[in-house]
Write a new protein. Structure first.
Length: 303
């Protein structure tokens, strides 16, 4: 494994904690979780389009005619993941929701590595990465049991696992798009444009059903801190990093490192009450769970 990938993916994973907190701020200000997600995805799309334009990479849009249609569908993973968070967190709590996402991520990444589906280079599942994956899931289970008593029914469990599995699948599909276009920034921009369009459709449907009033711009300007607008940028960084590194180090290693970064950042956020989130004590069992998770990450890296 490339040494530079380890700290990069740990940082990228930690950005998911900021993205989640930013989404909470926008959701509160807009009165709509769907509206907040659409706005964050739109910001991410705008950032990536602007960066691609500055890099002179927008010409790659002209090559989309020869790209298989399924190579353009990676952004749907972000839409599913965000929507699942909207549904699950109020019902089962953030810790259980994240635990389901992680289990889905690890399962899908191992399948992709073992089978070589979606263009991922097939990698033999030796005892070390299998043991590492088991340790990652076991660590997350300890974290969940340490900090919540919430339980999810079968439909919610299935939704959480599917949403988690969508992330490595998204990375693999976007990696194919990157290879088609030979333009990573353009591939990331397309992924976010697709995600934004999907969430905008969900938002429109929700407004028709609920007849919800549009968000007030004054509330956004007054109530959202400056970092509350960074969720889209965090998501864009995550998407580009993941689909760039999956072909280099494999889906399981990429996912495991981002999970580790997310858990380390969430401990700091909970312990200090950062990002306007409630301060929570860190039970020893949670620290043990994170230690087990990190040991699993180390085993996966040895593969």
């Amino acid at each position: 494994m490339e040494a530079a990938a380890v700290p990069l993916l740990l940082v990228v994973g930690s950005l998911l904690a900021l993205q989640a907190a930013a989404n909470v701020q926008l959701s509160t200000a807009t009165g709509s979780a769907f509206g907040a997600s659409t706005l964050q995805l739109g910001i991410g799309a705008a950032v990536l389009v602007a960066v691609a334009a500055a890099a002179g990479a927008l010409d790659a849009f002209g090559d989309l005619g020869g790209v298989p249609a399924w190579h353009l569908a990676g952004g749907l993973g972000s839409a599913l993941y965000i929507t699942a968070g909207i549904v699950l967190v109020p019902r089962v709590g953030a810790i259980v929701a994240v635990g389901l996402f992680v289990a889905g991520q690890m399962g899908a990444s191992l399948v992709l590595d073992a089978t070589g589906w979606l263009g991922v280079a097939a990698r033999s599942l030796d005892p070390a990465p299998l043991a590492g994956a088991v340790a990652v899931v076991a660590g997350i289970a300890l974290v969940v049991r340490a900090q919540t008593t919430a339980r999810a029914g079968a439909p919610l469990v299935a939704l959480g696992l599917a949403a988690g599995a969508a992330l490595p699948v998204q990375g693999a599909v976007n990696a194919q798009l990157r290879a088609d276009l030979d333009a990573p920034l353009t591939a990331g921009a397309i992924s976010f444009l697709v995600a934004t369009a999907a969430m905008a459709a969900v938002l429109a449907a929700a407004r028709l059903v609920r007849a919800a009033p549009p968000a007030q711009l004054e509330a956004l300007a007054r109530d959202v801190p400056w970092w509350g607008w960074l969720g889209g940028l965090c998501g864009a960084t995550y998407v580009v990093a993941v689909f760039s590194l999956i072909p280099e180090i494999g889906a399981a290693a990429t996912v495991a490192l981002t999970i580790a970064g997310q858990q380390l950042a969430s401990i700091a956020v909970d312990h200090r009450g950062l990002l306007r989130l409630p301060r929570r004590a860190i039970p020893p069992a949670r620290l043990v769970g994170v230690a087990v998770l990190l040991s699993g990450v180390g085993l996966i890296q040895l593969a």
